[in-house]
Design a protein around this ligand. Structure first.
Ligand code: SF4
Length: 411
């Protein structure tokens, strides 16, 4: 499929998906208020202090000296580790219409991949609900298998998602046989050939007996997509499918996804940190920051008229060949620790527009236009003058926030 054909297909199918949403049809896949908290165990301060003391002890002993007596260690504390809660995803709702592409955009640590893994039912949400065809998905083994067939996940790294000791034939035949999509013999051969043709790996015979290390990154990702398509899914969760590929072959894989949506009415959740590719491929965009939704809306509106300072930051950092001047990036800094996230709006330590209210209360989603929402107090009416005061120390927006502590360090 050519680039323009893919774009035409994307526009037509996107309009159809938006019509379906406007007519009130139930989305194909829906997540309601999903939350995921992970418990992590960290060494307590006492244990770390004891370990530091034990490491320092040998340096006190010099060559030729009599070996000193073993120092008496303090009794080990009863609790060696303490538990901490990582607020990975909080209260996130998203819906995928049939034949629509929704992009989830955000930096590393924004909760995009955790959301995809919950939707794929690889991890269990702490709270919230997942609905397929408007109905909650039962937990029985049979329903789980049916769900796995309907909703397939394509991972970011095609090399680690393919088993290096098996050839491509094995990777494609296994889902076809396990899910009874084809019987051994000519039917299986034909099904594998047609899968490879759908992802433009032709002639199929040239690829069937190759091993993952014999393929390029783009070819490996195409095999991973073909494997997902083997069970004829209705939803594809594509977790950063092009971020590990060379820039020169990314467009080919994006056009492949657009073509699959146009040909098969496949619903796609496209997860990316690249807002420019989200604009190119998706009908709607959901921007996430530190596990929460910052902004949602039609892709063109969110990118042309961003209503959240974090979206503006992502857009200013995106490469733009037409931009003559270096980008001016407002909101430098790093994402916060998800163990102790900032109070109120989680973006307030980086936000150049932060007000007093931003550090106190979490902003709800404000409707800024039809179908366009932003979780930002800038859109609130009726804030008091005390609440709308520039946040002390952040009024000029030039003070970068401290980086998130490294894993295992005290926040
Ligand atoms: Fe910035 Fe406040 Fe809006 Fe958060 S709520 S993005 S801190 S202005």
């Amino acid at each position: 499929m050519t680039e323009s054909a893919a774009q035409d297909g994307t526009a037509t199918q996107g309009a159809a998906a938006q019509d379906a949403a406007a007519q009130g049809e139930a989305p194909l896949l829906e997540a309601r208020e999903l939350t995921k908290h992970f418990i992590v165990h960290r060494k307590s301060r006492a244990v770390r202090a004891q370990a530091r003391g034990a490491r320092r002890a040998p340096s006190d002993h010099h060559a030729g000296e009599e070996h000193p007596a073993e120092p008496e260690l303090a009794p080990a504390p009863k609790r060696h580790h303490k538990r901490a809660l990582v607020h990975a995803v909080e209260q996130v709702s998203v819906s995928l219409p049939a034949g629509g592409i929704t992009a989830v955009v955000g930096e590393s640590g924004s909760g995009k991949s955790t959301l995809a893994r919950m939707l794929a039912r690889l991890i269990v949400p702490t709270s919230g609900e997942i609905l397929l065809d408007g109905r909650p998905v039962p937990a029985s083994a049979r329903h789980r298998r049916d769900y796995a067939r309907d909703v397939q996940l394509v991972l970011q790294d095609p090399f680690s998602s393919l088993n290096p000791i098996h050839d491509i034939r094995y990777h494609l035949s296994r889902p076809l046989l396990v899910h009874h999509m084809a019987r051994r013999g000519p039917e299986l051969e034909q099904a594998m050939g047609s899968l490879l043709q759908r992802v433009a790996l032709t002639p199929p015979d040239q690829f069937l007996y190759k091993y993952p290390h014999e393929l390029s990154g783009g070819q490996r990702q195409r095999v991973a997509i073909a494997r997902a398509l083997a069970v004829r899914p209705r939803v594809l969760l594509a977790d950063e499918p092009v971020s590990m590929l060379d820039v020169s072959i990314r467009l080919g894989v994006l056009n492949l996804l657009a073509g699959l949506r146009a040909d098969d009415q496949l619903s796609i959740l496209y997860i990316t940190h690249d807002i420019a590719s989200a604009r190119y491929l998706a009908d709607s965009i959901m921007v996430m920051y530190a596990g929460q939704v910052a902004e949602t809306g039609p892709a063109a509106t969110v990118t042309d008229e961003p209503a959240h300072p974090y979206t503006t930051l992502l857009l200013s950092a995106a490469p733009d060949p037409d931009r003559a001047e270096p980008p001016s990036v407002a909101g430098r800094g790093a994402p916060p620790s998800l163990v102790t996230p900032p109070s109120g709006c989680r973006f307030h330590p980086r936000c150049p527009h932060a007000m007093a209210v931003c550090a106190q209360r979490t902003p709800p989603a404000f409707e800024v236009a039809a179908g366009h929402q932003s979780a930002c107090w800038l859109h609130a009416a009726g804030l008091s003058s005390a609440e709308s005061q520039p946040l002390a120390g952040r009024a000029d927006g030039l003070v970068p926030s401290p980086p998130a502590p490294a894993p295992g360090k005290e926040p």
